[in-house]
Design a protein around this ligand. Structure first.
Ligand SMILES: Cc1cc2nc3c(=O)[nH]c(=O)nc-3n(C[C@H](O)[C@H](O)[C@H](O)COP(=O)(O)O)c2cc1C
Length: 184
């Protein structure tokens, strides 16, 4: 169709979905930066039964879920996943893996034919197997190069690290990445 520029821009942003999981809000900061740059629908993944607040308790639970392959049921429901052609997926590294709720999301929703773009924060140990698992579970999707950056390290009492001046530095890196994958 030949839409005028403003309508074309609205149609484009209507097809972007940004889904993220975040406990201490580092990944949320990245999601917000992306959203401010390119628009779209921003959705935080919520569980039917939230994880425990206590750090040792969540570590133990996630370990167990990873070992058994348990997929925690989601409270979040995406209406009309078909209307999106680009899906950003944001998550922290947990147990050097993709967090179980993101595995639940990818099992529940069919992203075939879409462009999938992962982004991640971690405690300094990298993405582990998480980006590979996004590839493996996004059947017939076009998975673009992801973005990863150091966030907090709850183990050492560092919760939200992507704030203030650091957030502005990170914003510049996110913009550079969005340009490099040609979505900006
Ligand atoms: C249960 C749990 C497991 C974690 N496992 C890892 C890990 O294996 N490697 C790592 O670098 N960071 C690990 N972290 C740290 C987080 O990846 C890091 O703090 C991230 O920035 C948190 O993102 P958020 O603020 O969006 O929740 C873990 C944190 C939690 C809560």
């Amino acid at each position: 169709q030949n839409l005028p520029p403003v309508e074309e821009e609205i149609a484009r942003t209507n097809r972007i979905l940004i889904v993220y999981l975040s406990r201490t809000k580092n990944t949320e900061a990245i999601a917000e930066i992306i959203h401010r740059e390119i628009g779209g629908t921003l959705v935080e993944l919520e569980l039917e039964t939230p994880y425990p607040e206590d750090y040792d308790a969540i570590v133990a639970q996630v370990d167990n879920e990873n070992e058994t392959g348990y997929l925690p049921p989601l409270n979040t429901k995406i209406e009309n996943i078909q209307k999106y052609d680009t899906v950003f997926l944001g998550f922290p590294t947990w147990d050097m893996q993709l967090p179980p709720p993101m595995k639940s999301f990818l099992k529940e929703y069919d992203l075939s034919g879409k462009t999938v773009i992962p982004f991640n924060t971690n405690g300094g140990y990298g993405v582990g197997s998480s980006f590979q698992t996004v590839e493996d579970l996004s059947t017939d999707a076009n998975v673009l190069e992801g973005f990863s950056i150091k966030g907090g390290l709850e183990r050492d009492g560092i919760l939200l690290a992507i704030k203030g001046e650091r957030r502005e530095e990170v914003r510049a890196e996110v913009i550079e990445w969005l340009r490099s994958i040609k979505v900006l």
